[in-house]
Write a protein that binds this ligand. Structure first.
Ligand code: AMP
Ligand code: GLY
Length: 416
């Protein structure tokens, strides 16, 4: 059994820790959160240097990086140079998420189906383009913006205010000094991960995030309010997704000296012309991980080793045949401003699993400390029974201001 350090602190990292723990490995998580303490050993929040020291001192055999920020900051390059085994893409390869212009450019050269686009670095050029465009248009800040840097503008006025916010008011900081303006794609959305060793890859089951705050996909976009897996209606596109999307993009990265080793997330729109890429992320999705990893019946440590050894083609992923549904319990006011330090109370009788995200500790009880507080997750043989189970469980969770969507996994999007 191995000793593993997971980097990150959210529901995704809690699910990653459980995926390793399920196979008997010892899991440390930095910084984690107090809600994970039953599933992992909490390590302090550390900079790269301290992480390298901690790994050596605790004889950790593998580091697995959850979130995009440390990847974009080069954690993999740093640790590798010090002889530490770490799963995740290099800083250069992580640009597939860190810069939308980089991602679009790679997709173009790889011939990967995606929305048509233009990149602008000057406000006046972008504005001139928007004045003569058809609508809707999709306006994206180039850099990382915590999933909030995308505006679907229905007319010129909305497009111009989005542009002003990103390029002039810098609401996303330097992330908005360059913008990508994209064709609006019609269809239904799904996401899928590839485990890539740089040379080969294997793709996972499909899942579906629910990004808007309110039922019926209304309200502002969030980091994700819930997810379910598997999305069986996406299976018929798997071969096309593997051969028209993952294979060419990984090959192009490799040929350009930017081998991609780690988890590659593809956010897809299934359009009338087939699957097209909305975005790539350089990591597992959140909250998709909370439904995909609990269904994975292959040891994530074995998968990680195969990624490092460039033997992922020897791995066959096994899946539980059932369904998972996760519902995010969020603080009142999220995704805007919200209060923290609300006491969390959980009644007896919880039947499934909670992955904790924005929680802290006050004495002997958990309190809220973030926008997305926890991901209540249930598993069952059918999607309907998993939905029923997750809503039974979440009715046992209480904190002041708590909000959640009631319709996670309720629609079969492929019929839209
Ligand atoms: P992203 O942060 O790139 O995942 O975008 C957030 C959400 O905006 C996506 O989940 C889609 O629902 C929507 N979106 C992004 N790009 C497009 C596009 N080109 N056409 C239609 N919807 C889009
Ligand atoms: N669930 C979308 C993301 O992780 O970016």
């Amino acid at each position: 059994m191995a000793k593993i350090l997971v980097i990150g602190s959210g529901g995704r990292e809690h699910a990653i820790a459980c995926a390793f723990g399920q196979f008997g490995h010892t899991v440390f998580v930095s910084p984690g959160n107090p809600g994970m303490s039953g599933d992992a050993i909490l390590a302090p929040k550390m900079d790269f240097e301290a992480i390298a020291k901690y790994v050596k001192e605790n004889e950790i055999e593998l580091v697995f990086v959850g979130p995009e920020q440390p990847l974009a900051d080069g954690i993999v390059d740093y640790l590798q140079e010090r002889g530490i085994d770490v799963v995740g893409p290099s800083q250069m390869a992580a640009q597939i998420e860190g810069s939308k212009a980089f991602a679009k450019d790679i997709m173009k050269r790889a011939g990967v189906p995606t929305a048509g686009y233009h990149v602008f670095e000057r406000f006046d050029d972008a504005d001139a383009f928007l004045q003569t465009s058809d609508y809707p248009q999709v306006i994206k800040a180039d850099g990382l913006a915590a999933g909030k840097g995308v505006v679907i503008a229905q007319d010129y006025d909305a497009a111009r205010s989005a542009l002003e916010a990103m390029m002039q008011d810098k609401v996303f900081g330097e992330s908005g000094s360059r913008v990508v303006i994209e064709e609006f794609l019609k269809g239904w959305e799904t996401s899928v991960f590839a485990f890539s060793d740089g040379e080969h890859f294997v793709s996972t089951i499909f899942s579906q995030d629910h990004k808007p705050l309110l039922d019926g996909d209304k309200g502002p976009n969030t980091g994700g309010m819930g997810a379910y897996a598997p999305v069986r209606s996406a299976e018929k596109y798997r071969e096309r997704i593997d051969t028209e999307i993952f294979e060419p993009v990984l090959k192009t990265l490799r040929e350009e000296g930017c081998k991609y080793k780690g988890v590659l997330y593809a956010g897809l729109m299934i359009t009338q012309d087939g699957p097209k890429v909305i975005e790539f992320n350089c990591r597992f999705g959140d909250p998709e991980t909370e439904v995909v990893l609990p269904l994975l019946k292959t040891d994530l440590y074995k998968i990680s080793r195969a990624i490092l050894d460039e033997k992922i083609d020897e791995i066959k992923l096994n899946w539980d045949p059932g369904y998972a549904v996760t519902v995010v319990a969020a603080s009142g006011g999220y995704p805007g401003t919200y209060e923290k330090n609300m006491t969390i109370q959980i009644d007896d009788g919880l039947r499934h699993k909670i992955f904790y995200a924005g929680v802290g500790q006050d004495g002997d009880h958990l309190v809220t400390s973030g926008g997305r507080v926890m991901m209540v997750t249930a598993f069952a043989p059918t999607i309907d029974s998993a939905r029923q189970a997750v809503y039974e469980d979440i009715s046992r969770v209480h904190f002041d201001g708590m909000q959640y969507r009631r319709d996670i996994g309720a629609k079969d999007s492929s019929n839209l």
